[in-house]
Write a protein that binds this ligand. Sequence first.
Ligand code: NAP
Length: 257
Amino acid sequence: MPLAEDRLGDGVRVLVLGGTTEGRLLVAALSGDARFAVALSLAGRTKGPLVAPVSTRVGGFGGALGLADWLRVHDVARVIDATHPFAARISHNAAEACLQTATPLLGVRRPAWEAVAGDRWIEAADMAAAVDALGAAPRRVFLTIGRQELASFARAPQHSYHVRTIEPIGAALPVPRLVPISARGPFSREAEAEFLSAAGIEMLVSKNSGGAATYAKIAAARDLGLPVVMVRRPSLPDIEFVSEIEDALAWLHAAIG
Ligand code: NAP
């Protein structure tokens, strides 16, 4: 989707690939700074995304080539990849498109969570391994892995699943015992523990997303002594990255001298 030139305005043109708390905080910090003309890009997975104070485009670019075109057409000077650590395809596309167009690229990546005393994590390399980790015996499982990979769990229909997502899941997980929950965090540790106990959850499945926004469920599982199947991150492109918004802002400020 083209973004009207007049909407992008003057200033150093920055494209922020978002869909995360970091993306939102970054564009909020840049929105009042006339030295930058910022565009936020969202994949369009969430129907009612939180409104951003900058020009926002929604939908895929059409692969790395499409993104490279977009960078050229909009004369983008800097790209920040603030997408989710599990959104590997767009990150690889961004790396390739920026290489093709010689556009400086910075990643914003939150550090992965580390297990601490009391955690009962079962590490899984990917979603297929996470399904296996639930075992053969029926269990009450809490899935907080988003919508896109729910279908992986259809081959383990012996479990009963509570599935929490922002958007309704429709028919994404065809199993006999399913409790879908549509909700957008943040959730408190206490509320998560209360929910896990009330629902009789025996195991959780989570992506190792990192960050504070979705950590309460992990802490609550520890409080209750529940095992968590923790899915490791996919491999991401080898690019310069920072963990903090402030460091991304400093990188942009260095660009304008
Ligand atoms: P993905 O597998 O890496 O991307 C799939 C395709 O979606 C990309 O090839 C691209 O399409 C399009 N896309 C992804 N992010 C985009 C963005 N910010 N702007 C424009 N197009 C985008 O990504 P995903 O896992 O579907 O995640 C989609 C979005 O949801 C990301 O912005 C991510 O930050 C957010 N998110 C993902 C997760 C997760 O666990 N995966 C969790 C929370 C939030 P084209 O090739 O056509 O350009």
